[in-house]
Ligand binder design. Structure first.
Ligand code: CA
Length: 608
């Protein structure tokens, strides 16, 4: 298994996506259900998938109705997807695409003479000139941190050298206040044990490192808007950097781990997400994850890509997801020309930002130079974070408008990027200080991309009704006929009614409320995922495809309805519908947890 994954990673690092016959992880799919998580038919689907189809549930993202599965051993992704798309519960199924960092690797040959000159001057001095160009020095002195609630920038990348003196001396690394280091317990109940300084999704561990250097370089650029990272002593940082490693030492990762990292960032307080990576494959699931960050009020900064091409005609994701909080960033030279390697797009790329010969932190207390839109994006993310320092309640959507509206107009960028401008950190931060904070942001309706490529297309299966409906080239909505939708709405109601009859009413002392939340279930040494569909002060209904023993003791980490917090509570199974649904009565619930549940249920509908 390991050997196979390694070979794919190396191939992906060496070849452009178009040259890869198979640019997705073998044996894995991501599935979106039509029904909400926590409904009878969603758990029935998961139960059937894991029993009948021998699929293994690797992860679920309840708020998005998304599930990540390993398919039956020996089955191809193409055939699994073709079968899933015939399932009336499935909105879509797609491969787990491989994605990679957007760095300068392989692009030196198309550098302009000017860029080669700049690359030769790779020094602190050239970095300071770049910083001066976008007005960073005035930001260093003008921002003041009055709040203990320092804005968190999630760096979704190759990791971070958390021992680099620039980050340790400035105290810039995010610390989870609710997690006790190294005690082997998920103290804050967010599903991750000992996640004190972010999370490593490659190893599934809290151990953070950067075996590539890309994430450390990006993080230094973000911090360079906060303060001069080349002088001593370093200042106390006004922002926090949350390293979320999902790219391996070759700078390669998977869509599923990107979604996990984005979901983690959005649910654990990040207000700015830096994404210096991408791929050419459209993923509806990744699109949903980006849209989820919008509902959380965060800003999603994305590198435009380094192919020197027009993203309006050849899309790059996540930069091209047209969610209102996504800001896509092109790279400019010190002379405000678009860098030769930089992607652009008057519709899809929003602004330029320095990205040539950028000097920043590298692992082992070093510094080094790198070029790419990967370097341009973090200047924007760092500036957005300083706007948050001054205006903690400003939403990412509004910050994007300010960054676009208050930048430096540059002739060379007109017709290349939407705003026709290059980042001006000083102007954007100054303007934001007096801008009224918008209380709300517009609603966003996610529309899946029409010409998305699925594995069944790759396999030439064609003719699959769901693919065509999702494809929408004939203008059909993705849901198919109205009759099908009606059938799907009513079928689960019948099952729920049956469930209620089975639930012994006399056992309940507390009012039950409908809820739709993720839950992690610890049973002995096992960690399981599921959802909670009803909750009371006395217990919950847990839906999971796993088998729990009647009378058995479990520990539950239950997400709040908005996903913002979790409670951890112990209980035992009092009734069961094997592999589907379980009633769990709480044991010795602390008053603090009961208070949280009482608060949550204030906004919830009563259950029958
Ligand atoms: Ca935790």
């Amino acid at each position: 298994m390991f050997a196979r994954a390694l070979i794919i990673s190396v191939l992906a690092a060496l070849l452009p996506f178009s040259a890869l016959a198979q640019n997705y992880i073998p044996g894995e799919v991501i599935v979106k259900l039509k029904s909400q998580a926590g409904t009878a038919d969603s758990y029935a689907f998961v139960g059937k998938a894991t029993s009948d189809k021998e699929m293994v549930l690797k992860e679920s993202w309840g708020k998005m109705n998304l599930y990540h599965f390993a398919v039956r051993k020996g089955e191809t992704v193409e055939s699994a997807i073709a079968a899933l798309q015939q399932d009336p519960n499935v909105l879509y199924a797609e491969p787990n695409w491989i994605i990679e960092k957007t760095s300068d690797v392989g692009f030196h040959q198309i550098f302009s003479a000017e860029e080669i000159h700049a690359a030769a001057a790779n020094s602190q001095a050239s970095f300071m000139a770049t910083s001066a160009n976008i007005g960073v020095q005035s930001v260093w002195s003008s921002s003041s941190s009055s709040s203990n609630d320092k804005p968190i920038v999630a760096v979704i990348d190759t990791g971070l050298d958390t021992n680099h003196f620039v980050f340790t001396n400035s105290g810039a690394i995010y610390t989870n206040p609710d997690e006790i280091p190294g005690n082997g317990v998920d103290d804050d109940g967010n599903g991750y044990i000992d996640d004190v300084h972010g999370w490593n999704f490659v190893d599934n561990s809290p151990t953070m490192y950067d075996d590539d250097g890309h994430g450390t370089h990006v993080s230094g650029i973000i911090l360079s808007i906060d303060q001069n990272i080349y002088t001593t002593p370093l200042q106390a940082a006004k922002i926090r950097i949350m390293p979320l490693k999902f790219l391996n030492g070759d700078g390669v990762g998977t869509t599923s781990n990107a979604i996990r990292a984005i979901y983690y960032a959005a649910n654990n307080g990040a207000s700015v997400l830096n994404n210096s990576w991408g791929g050419s494959e459209y993923s509806a699931a990744l699109h949903e994850a980006v849209a989820y960050t919008y509902t959380k009020g965060a800003l999603f900064v994305a590198a435009a890509g380094n192919a020197g091409s027009n993203n309006d005609s050849r899309a790059m994701f996540p930069a091209n997801y047209n969610v209102p909080n996504v800001i896509a960033v092109a790279a400019t030279t010190d002379y405000d020309y678009l860098a030769a390697f930089s992607n652009f797009g008057v519709s899809s790329v929003h602004l330029g930002s320095p990205g040539v010969s950028i000097y920043s932190t590298t692992p082992h207390n070093n510094f080094g130079t790198s070029s790419g839109t990967s370097m341009a994006a973090p200047f924007v993310a760092g500036t957005a974070a300083q706007i948050k320092v001054n205006s903690p309640h400003m939403l990412g959507y509004q910050i994007k408008q300010i960054l676009n509206g208050h930048n430096a107009a540059v002739n060379e960028l007109v017709g290349k990027v939407q705003s026709g401008g290059r980042l001006n950190s000083a102007d954007a931060v100054t303007f934001s200080k007096t801008a009224a904070v918008d209380g709300a942001q517009p609603a966003y309706t996610l529309t899946y991309q029409a010409d998305r490529q699925l594995a069944s297309n790759i396999a030439g299966a064609g003719g699959c009704g769901t693919v065509r409906a999702l494809g929408g080239s004939d203008g059909e909505p993705p849901f198919g006929s109205a009759a099908l939708v009606i059938a799907l709405i009513f079928a689960p109601l019948a099952i729920l009614t049956y469930m209620r009859l089975r639930t012994p009413v006399q056992r309940r002392k507390h009012e039950r409320f409908k809820i739709d939340s993720d839950v992690r279930i610890s049973v002995g040494g096992r960690e399981l995922v599921g959802s909670v569909s009803t909750i009371s002060l006395g217990g919950v209904q847990v839906n999971t495809s796993a088998l729990l023993q009647d009378g058995g003791t479990v520990t539950l980490a239950i997400s709040s309805p908005d996903g913002a917090e979790k409670i951890e509570v112990a209980g035992h199974v009092v009734w069961s519908e094997a592999n589907k649904a379980y009633g769990v009565a709480f044991d010795h619930t602390p008053q603090s947890v009961l208070t949280r549940i009482a608060d949550w249920t204030k906004g919830l509908q009563k259950a029958g």
